[in-house]
Design a protein around this ligand. Structure first.
Ligand code: CO
Length: 458
């Protein structure tokens, strides 16, 4: 019987996409044993924005969250998303930090680490992949899916071969914007399977309405697994629904390995959780509506809403059409970077500035300059020579790997923290998000003292 692995994303991508990653551990602790018995191939539960959110908003130690989840998972693999050399932050970290961080992920219970680079510059995932393998984890390398005149099957297959050569045990086609059509998915999975031996996992979002169809074509082309979200936390900017896909795929002769009754119990558990987020306004049903603009403008849905918000704030919403026309031109000038964090924001802001100032590149953002200098990695295509000259002058862009220019960070951070850090994990949290980690440590110290005194008295 044909197999299809199901990865459940409710604890990471689904809640990140629908409720800005605001779900505290206590909201899902009670369902973890049930989830463990459901038969998922893996549960994506950590990484992405969860780390930042734990420290910044939820006052949780992200590492402790991981250990607590692991304690309930006797049968099911845990999975996380890692932004290569950016780890879970927004800039490049030194190699010593990346190695320690990845090792600690595995030591604290992570099984599968899905690793990507926003530019598909695989030099930026090499260190993380290497350390994951050394630590005994499963390294899944990603191709960030995007459409442009230079992105084609040959380019994606070449990336797939590099990912295989690097030693990754599986490959993920990561369609962060939900723009991959069913046919494109079928062709890509087919081409990859012809050329590499790795199992192929497909990740998409329901944003444009294509996701369900895309997954069926992924199955038809022989993908090993798909990412889904329990139905009450599915759809729109989240993943397609787990129960619906399992229902459809089972009839098509696939063994998804999951127990439908358990899937229902998992969903029943999350219904009231979601209701609470609705009541508090954190969950806005707007995110569930199907948005096909991404297909017309080739701009991810989240980016479009950012552009609208930016223009409204500038009282210039009448310029939206001009900005929508300028955005693909800026992206072309930059060599067609995939529009994923942080490039989506950078391109959007530059397009807006170009339009509002009435002159292209009169003012160039700091991040765009770093990008042109090669500090984010290699641009997928050629950067417009006139724009490059404007930023670089006579300098040459960096051709090496940016992280090679970074000094080791760990020992200095450890010294700076002193006894406020109680573990290597603390130091890593601090390197990743210094301010948020410091605030978290302060709060933790106070809570600890209070409970200690209480015990003394009681
Ligand atoms: Co995603």
């Amino acid at each position: 019987m044909k197999q299809m692995h199901i990865t459940e994303t409710v604890l990471r991508d689904a809640q990140q996409s629908l409720i800005a990653t605001r779900m505290p551990f206590g909201d899902f602790e009670g369902v973890l044993d049930e989830m463990d018995k459901a038969g998922y191939h893996s549960i994506e539960c950590w990484g992405g924005a969860t780390f930042d959110s734990c420290l910044r908003y939820l006052h949780e130690d992200p590492w402790e969250r991981l250990r607590k989840i692991k304690a309930h998972m006797k049968n099911t693999k845990l999975q996380m998303l890692l932004r290569g050399q950016n780890l879970l932050g927004y800039h490049h970290y030194s190699d010593d930090t990346v190695r320690r961080f990845v090792r600690k992920c595995v030591e604290n219970g992570m099984d599968i680490i899905r690793i990507f680079d926003a530019l598909n510059d695989l030099r930026n995932i090499e260190t993380a992949v290497d350390e994951c393998l050394k630590a005994g984890g499963h390294a899944q390398g990603c191709i960030c899916y995007t459409l442009s005149p230079i992105h084609n099957l040959d380019m994606f297959v070449a990336l797939g071969k590099q990912i295989e050569t690097m030693g990754c045990q599986s490959l993920c086609i990561k369609d962060m914007a939900g723009i991959m059509s069913p046919q494109e998915c079928y062709d890509l999975v087919t081409a990859l399977r012809k050329n590499i031996d790795l199992p192929i996992y497909v990740h998409t979002h329901a944003t444009t309405g294509l996701g369900y169809m895309t997954y069926l074509k992924a199955a038809e082309a022989g993908a090993a697994g798909i990412d889904c979200a329990t139905s009450c936390m599915s759809g729109g900017t989240s993943q397609p629904a787990t129960e619906s896909l399992v229902y459809a795929l089972t009839q098509m002769g696939y063994d998804c390995g999951v127990d439908p009754a358990a899937l229902k119990r998992v969903n029943d558990y999350f219904l009231p959780v979601k209701e609470r987020f609705s009541a508090s306004g954190t969950f806005d049903p707007y995110v569930l509506s199907t948005k096909t603009d991404a297909l017309t403008y080739q701009i991810p849905g989240g980016m479009l809403s950012n552009l609208v918000a930016q223009l409204k704030a500038q009282n210039a919403i009448d310029k939206l059409d001009a900005v929508l026309a300028e955005t693909p031109r800026v992206r072309a000038d930059l060599g067609y970077p995939p529009l994923v964090t942080p490039l989506s924001q950078m391109v959007g802001v530059q397009a807006t500035v170009n339009v509002l100032l009435g002159e292209r590149y009169k003012n160039i953002g700091k991040e765009i300059k770093s990008y042109i200098r090669g500090e984010y990695g290699k641009a997928p295509g050629e950067i417009d020579p006139a724009l490059a000259r404007k930023v670089l002058g006579d300098e040459q862009p960096m051709s090496g790997r940016f992280a090679d220019t970074l000094a080791p960070e760990y020992e200095a951070a450890k010294a700076a923290l002193g006894d406020r850090a109680t573990s290597e994990e603390d130091v890593l949290s601090y390197i990743a998000f210094p301010q948020q980690a410091e605030q978290f440590f302060e709060r933790r110290a106070k809570t600890f003292t209070a409970s200690y005194l209480f015990k003394e008295v009681g």
